[in-house]
Design a protein around this ligand. Structure first.
Ligand code: AMP
Ligand code: ZN
Length: 494
């Protein structure tokens, strides 16, 4: 398996620190509002990375924080006249609802910055003791010049950054030794949450939070550190500086960054009026459609969000869902006919079973059915190959579509129930690795009914009356009757 590492700007072979185990940290959201669809991209993408690693047999310790102390949270609290804690708790709960809807599994641990202040003070103290940090009137800064490797992740020219940052020195933050020095601890202002420390009553800077939470829950050295590409500089660069100077060893082996989600080819922003929360989108689309949409592009490619592209995602996902429900129907039919046969006391030996030599699949399949199953399993290898290449979900989804096409054209109710269910499981299993739920819901939605009716019309046109009748029966089983009228096919629920 190969993964692209921002640190080396190359795809590298994935080798974990400890065999069979992955220690993974993903920077989580700052909780002052409902999450927007841009925030949902890293959540979905890295949840999928985790699921795939587990599918490969790794035990994954997945840590993702909530930043619950921040200027934006404090501003929102002041606006509403409530405490910062009330704001952050409210939006952590809302975020968890969105995650659940999107089938993003909870992390092994979701640490919150405000509950880890002691660890932050300890790490800052170590950095002070080692000469990597200095205190100016209660504000503690990190001394970037002392860390020779500063800039190794973002591959930036530090001299350019320094000269560009000179303005910072004259606009207020003039106590820093170097424009690239950043805050580890800052003294409180009136009305802000604060904690006592050796330097001042105050609060931690944002970057130190992740270094500390990653160390506490995963250890000094981890396998994967991930987040959106906007975090490469300065956030992740600063995390590396803090952790490596404090611990004296490399921080993370692989740095993974997702590209941004844009809206109608423009950056999403409140001022442009093209800002959408996940909640707003879920009023119009099923959460599975949003997840499918996010995975339809490679995570390192920019992704454009538009109504047309979401509609296309909806149709594509429905093709998979329809194939799965069709297989369920075929499987039901296969067992029903066997049962009917035994009920009337006939001994039915299917031609295939009689003619073909049985080999051991554990499913009791005939040789020809085993061949069909092997054909279906070939797409699993294609899927894995795509995912092994830096988690290429776009190509993995393409493999699922090939499998769907294969199932649609190779299976009918003449096949054994075992084969039909095994192929169905191939599809649902691969989708499951992507966190996509494609199993039928209890009741067919109107859109599903319409899609099946369209498929039946096409089957009739192609003189495939068996398939047309199958669809009519499948709909009848769900209490839906079809009426062929002069204006076309009408339908009603029983
Ligand atoms: P924030 O709450 O701004 O720290 O963001 C939480 C996560 O969402 C970070 O990993 C960001 O990089 C990511 N993120 C924010 N906006 C977008 C976007 N438009 N597209 C993709 N990822 C984003
Ligand atoms: Zn972080």
């Amino acid at each position: 398996m190969r993964v692209y590492n921002t640190l080396s700007k190359k795809k590298e072979e994935f080798v974990t620190l400890e065999p069979g185990k992955v220690k993974m940290y993903v920077c989580g959201p700052t909780v002052y509002n409902l999450i927007h669809i841009g925030n949902a991209r890293p959540m979905i993408v890295f949840d999928t990375v985790r699921r795939y690693l587990e599918h490969k047999g790794y035990e994954v310790n997945y840590v993702s924080n909530f930043t619950d102390v921040d200027d934006k949270i404090i501003a929102k609290a002041n606006e509403e006249g409530v405490s910062s804690q009330e704001i952050s708790e409210r939006y952590i709960a809302e975020c968890q609802k969105d995650m659940e809807a999107l089938n993003v599994r909870p992390a092994t641990t979701h640490p919150r910055a405000t509950q880890e202040i002691d660890g932050m003070i300890d790490m800052i103290q170590t950095l002070m003791d080692k000469g990597y940090a200095y205190d100016v009137d209660g504000t503690v800064y990190f001394r970037t010049r002392k860390f020779r490797e500063y800039g190794k992740l973002s591959h930036k020219n530090l001299d350019d950054l320094r000269s560009g940052g000179r303005s910072l020195l004259v606009t207020g933050e003039d106590q820093k030794e170097d424009p690239l020095d950043f805050v580890l601890w800052k003294p409180k202002k009136e009305g802000e949450p604060s904690w006592p420390s050796p330097w001042s009553d105050g609060r931690p800077g944002w970057h130190i939070e992740c270094s500390v939470m990653s160390k506490k829950y995963l250890g000094e050295e981890i396998d994967i550190h991930a987040g959106g590409e906007d975090l490469i500089f300065p956030h992740h660069e600063n995390e590396i500086a803090q952790s490596e100077c404090c611990n004296g060893r490399p921080f993370a082996k692989y740095w993974l960054h997702n590209a941004f989600l844009n809206i109608d080819n423009r950056k999403m922003s409140k001022s442009l009026g093209n800002f959408f929360t996940v909640r707003e989108i879920l009023e119009k689309y099923d959460a599975q459609v949003l997840r499918f949409f996010m995975l339809s592009a490679h995570y390192r490619s920019p992704l454009n969000f538009s109504a047309d592209l979401m509609d296309a995602a909806k149709n594509a996902l429905e093709r998979i869902q329809n194939a799965v429900s069709n297989l369920s129907y075929l499987a039901e039919n296969a067992s029903a006919s066997e049962k009917a046969a035994s009920d009337i006391g006939e001994t039915v030996v299917s031609e295939k079973t009689a003619d073909d030599t049985q080999t051991d699949t554990g499913l009791g399949l005939s040789a020809s059915e085993q061949e069909i199953l092997a054909g279906a399993k070939a797409f699993e290898a294609k899927f894995d190959e795509a995912m092994d290449d830096d988690f290429n979900t776009a190509d993995a989804i393409a493999a699922v579509f090939e499998l769907v096409k294969y199932a649609n054209s190779n299976l009918s109710s003449d096949n054994s129930k075992e084969l039909i269910l095994a192929v169905r499981e191939e599809i649902t299993g691969l989708c499951g690795i992507l966190g996509l739920i494609v199993e039928e819901k209890e009741e067919l939605l109107d859109a599903d009914v319409e899609a099946l009716i369209a498929e039946r019309q096409a089957a009739r046109k192609a003189r495939n009356f068996a398939r047309a009748d199958e669809i009519r029966d499948q709909l009848a089983a769900q209490g839906i009757t079809l009426l062929d009228t002069r204006e076309g096919v009408k339908w009603k629920r029983a």
